[in-house]
Design a protein around this ligand. Structure first.
Ligand SMILES: C[S@@+](CC[C@H](N)C(=O)[O-])C[C@H]1O[C@@H](n2cnc3c(N)ncnc32)[C@H](O)[C@@H]1O
Length: 208
């Protein structure tokens, strides 16, 4: 990110490590890649380092949309505000089906949050959606990343908060789902990924 020129990015749309040390308990094959934690998921330090850079590279009056878990939401909001963003909306991504979790102690979790943060005063393009967005999760047999986000959900964010031809940045791109949404919506895309395996997945998805 330090190599990206200041005020050159039309929108940031990203899904950083949530700081919850997530790994799935649902697979029989315990050696599967999805049973390992993703890079940097012990805390929110990756977001803490990226947020001031997001502020620097974004054009005036533009948006940074950041996925976050329920557990670490308050901390993530503090990080975005400290970097100079206004937290405008907590958009609820209703996944339509809940996770298992602690069956005796906690209710099933069915949503994650997309924090819509503003640098200045971005404008909403097209339809003004309410703040609950319902999109099904990517089916297990099509998942390329354990935290993969559905492209249709990302398309809604991209179309609502950027213009055709804008450069959209995802500093934590995983399997490249944001890039695919940008290609479908006519936006340019720039992404970063620290894990060489997922970098390869994204490259194949976007360049192949
Ligand atoms: C929650 S996942 C993103 C999943 C993505 N939204 C998708 O649909 O495939 C976060 C990604 O950030 C990557 N990551 C963690 N720390 C990073 C860093 N410092 N720089 C770049 N990528 C990083 C992880 O390897 C992981 O693939």
């Amino acid at each position: 990110m330090p190599r990206i020129p200041s005020r050159s990015i039309g929108m940031v749309l990203t899904d950083p490590p949530y700081g919850i040390a997530y790994k799935t308990g649902m697979r029989k094959d315990r050696h599967h890649r999805f049973c390992r934690e993703i890079e940097g998921d012990r805390d929110l330090s990756a977001l803490e380092r990226a947020a001031p850079e997001m502020m620097r590279v974004l054009m005036p009056d533009s948006a940074a949309c950041v996925f976050m878990a329920q557990e670490t939401l308050a901390q993530a909001e503090r990080i975005m505000r400290s970097a100079g963003f206004e937290v405008v909306n907590r958009i609820v991504w209703d996944k339509g089906a809940h996770t298992m979790g602690d069956l005796a102690h906690a209710f099933g979790k069915r949503y994650e949050v997309l924090l819509y943060c503003a640098k200045g005063r971005p404008r909403i393009r097209g339809r003004r959606w309410p703040d609950v967005w319902r999109f099904p999760r990517v089916p297990q047999n099509r998942l390329q990343h354990q935290n993969e986000k559905p492209v249709e959900l990302l398309e809604r964010a991209v179309e609502s908060l950027s213009d055709p031809g804008d450069m959209v940045l995802d500093p934590f791109m995983g399997s490249g789902s944001t890039g695919e949404a940008c290609a479908r919506c006519g936006r340019a895309f720039m992404g970063c990924e620290i894990d060489p395996y997922y970098y390869g997945v994204a490259e194949a998805r976007l360049m192949g």
